[in-house]
Design a protein. Structure first.
Length: 277
């Protein structure tokens, strides 16, 4: 009997940890549950925004996974890993935390209601934090599903920084495109902050030395992902055109049809119907 396939879900937002129930937040909860019911192994990660009530949601720190320091823009930032379970769904959620980037901040906006000026560094920390934790878990995902712009750097890091890592060398990265965009471009030094060991200037040529708007970030993600899923009927048309021109497999918006996800993922993995029986 073959080993179960593994899916790593990297999500910017998941219901019920962020209180307002939106289609994206609900989907990011339901997909891991659905794939587990179909015999897949799953791991799910999201940022530990300050608005998440740790006591009510019964989060606790996983000491053996915490303690890594990630250097971003020349500064050390300790990585804290917390975990909680959605009992009704029988899934476990890993949270990426850090006092400066997440714990002390309610969400993506500051106290005045403006987008946080360091959202670029928070996205870097989140993406690298997820991948470093999965390495520490010694867990090899067949598919990495990225939902939300805060996960958009995962394809780049997987294909460039972690390309030779046994845990990710065969992983297929799926990028979910939705209609939730950030409005204030990242600063022109963003590309420099991405240059860790294994990353070359040429890998981020498209954004080098430039302010990085939402479309720029997502085009970079499309460049490095293996396939694209449309998670909204209102995806940015210019991004949709870019995705279509990339020649990569695209799953159209299917609403709540989870079987369509199963079929698309299996096709990406090269599985046939006989493998499922």
């Amino acid at each position: 009997m073959s080993e179960p396939k593994r899916i790593l879900f990297v999500s910017q937002q998941i219901f019920p940890y962020l209180d307002t129930e939106t289609p994206i937040r609900l989907q990011n909860r339901q997909l891991p549950e659905y794939f587990q019911s179909k015999g897949f192994e799953t791991r799910t990660f999201m940022p530990k925004f300050g608005e998440i009530n740790e006591r009510r949601n019964q989060l606790h720190e996983v000491i053996r996974l915490s303690g890594i320091n990630l250097i971003i823009a020349g500064t050390d930032h300790p990585l804290l890993i917390k975990v909680a379970s959605i009992q009704s769904a029988r899934i476990q959620i890993y949270f990426i935390d850090n006092d400066d980037y997440f714990h002390r901040r309610k969400g993506l906006l500051d106290a005045e209601g403006n987008e946080c000026k360091d959202n670029d560094e928070r996205a870097i920390f989140f993406a690298r934090g997820v991948l470093e934790t999965v390495k520490k878990l010694r867990w090899t995902p067949d598919i990495i599903y990225c939902s939300g712009w805060m996960s958009a750097l995962v394809p780049l890091f997987v294909k460039k920084v972690y390309a030779d890592t046994p845990f990710f060398e065969k992983s297929k990265v799926i990028l979910s495109l939705d209609d939730e965009e950030y409005q204030v471009p990242f600063g022109s030094k963003f590309s420099d902050k991405l240059l860790v060991d294994g990353m070359l200037q040429g890998d981020v040529r498209s954004i080098a030395g430039l302010p990085v708007a939402y479309e720029d970030l997502m085009r970079l993600a499309i460049d490095y992902c293996d396939a694209i899923v449309l998670s909204s009927e209102n995806v940015n048309q210019r991004l949709l055109n870019y995705a279509q021109n990339s020649g990569k497999p695209i799953m159209p918006y299917v609403g709540e049809d989870k079987e369509a996800h199963l079929k698309f993922y299996n096709e990406l993995l090269g599985k046939n119907e006989e493998d499922e029986e």
